[in-house]
Structures are given as structure tokens and as C-alpha cells.
Design a protein around this ligand. Structure first.
Ligand code: SF4
Length: 184
């Protein structure tokens, strides 16, 4: 125990280094998201985050987008409290049985056009929770997913890159009327 305490005193933080102040690459990436959003939607992008059963690791990275290091609201990226105000649902975690109905109702409450982004490895295929009796599995088992951002968890830069890819490459037209394949 003493060794562990000493080690934690001398060892530096294990987190990734913060982006440099005035990071040009980050600013350019965020500005491209804003431009693409204004071109596609005529305004800035509104995001509703839905935790469908994650360990909260993905949430920590999503929240980092709004902290003082990334501060992406300066580029117009907004997290909204209600799905009725959202363009994008960012869904994390494997979908648990208890969250299935809430996720479906959140999707139904989001006005068209809307996109669903599955964030993290758990959202893709259940990840480390795959096979659990409490989990349904991937987000795509419940909702039509437009984009998957891999990682456990994906970094804020990966999230931003994914949102840009969504805005630049996913067509609204292909979303209309698409229904998920439900799994029981
Ligand atoms: S992908 Fe990793 S960080 Fe995200 S919910 Fe799953 S286990 Fe947690």
C-alpha cells in the first residue's frame, strides 16, 4: 500500500495530454463541423446524448467536448436537454433491456431529419457487455444507426471527426422511412 501511495505521488497523470492552447488543427476541425452543419441544416448542430447502458467512460469523453480545453460551444456545437431540440442522438453503451423503451421514445421524440450516432465499441456490438442477460446489445438492434464512432472510449477528437463525417457524408434522403431491425 505504501509503495502504491509513493508511486502515485511521483507518477504524473495518466491522462492524454491536453490540446495546446490555440490548437490550429482542433480549431479547423471544429470550424469544418460548424460550416458543414450550417450548410446542411442552415444552423448549428444540436446534440442530445443518450446513455443506453454505458460504463460512463464514453460520457466522460463526450463531456470533454464542452470543457475548457475543447470548449466546442464556441464553434456552435450544442448539447441540448430535450430530444425535441436535437438533430443528432449520440448513443453510448450497449442497449440494456431497461433502457430500450426510453431509447425508442427518445428517438420518436426527435424531429426529422435526425441522425443516430453510436458512440464506442459497446454501442457497436455490446463490447465488453456482449452476452449479458441484461443487455440487448448494439444500438443498431433498436434504432437505425447512421454512423458508428469506434473506441473504448473514443477520444474527443475522434468524436469531432465522426460528427464531421456524419455532416459531410450521410445523406438525409437515405434516412427517411428507414426502420431498425428489432431483436427480441
Ligand atoms: S465503449 Fe468502453 S468506455 Fe464506452 S461504454 Fe463501453 S466499456 Fe465503457
Amino acid at each position: 500500500m505504501r509503495r502504491l501511495l509513493l508511486k502515485s505521488l511521483v507518477q504524473g497523470p495518466l491522462t492524454e495530454p491536453a490540446p495546446a492552447a490555440g490548437d490550429a488543427a482542433l480549431a479547423e476541425l471544429a470550424a469544418r463541423v460548424d460550416r458543414a452543419s450550417r450548410r446542411r441544416l442552415g444552423r448549428t448542430l444540436a446534440i442530445r446524448e443518450v446513455d443506453a447502458g454505458s460504463c460512463n467512460g464514453c460520457e466522460l469523453e463526450i463531456h470533454a467536448l464542452g470543457n475548457v480545453l475543447y470548449d466546442l460551444e464556441r464553434f456552435g456545437l450544442r448539447f441540448v436537454a430535450s430530444p425535441r431540440h436535437a438533430d443528432v442522438l449520440l448513443v453510448t453503451g450497449p442497449v440494456t433491456s431497461n433502457m430500450r423503451e426510453a431509447l425508442e421514445r427518445t428517438y420518436q421524440a426527435t424531429p426529422d431529419p435526425k441522425w443516430v450516432v453510436a458512440v464506442g465499441d459497446c454501442a457497436r456490438d455490446g463490447g465488453v457487455f456482449a452476452g449479458s442477460a441484461a443487455c440487448i446489445g448494439a444500438v443498431s438492434a433498436v434504432l437505425p444507426v447512421d454512423l458508428h464512432i469506434p473506441g473504448c472510449p473514443p477520444s474527443p477528437i475522434a468524436l469531432l471527426t465522426g460528427l464531421l463525417a456524419l455532416l459531410e457524408e450521410v445523406s438525409f434522403d437515405t434516412r427517411a422511412g428507414r426502420a431498425p431491425e428489432r431483436q427480441s
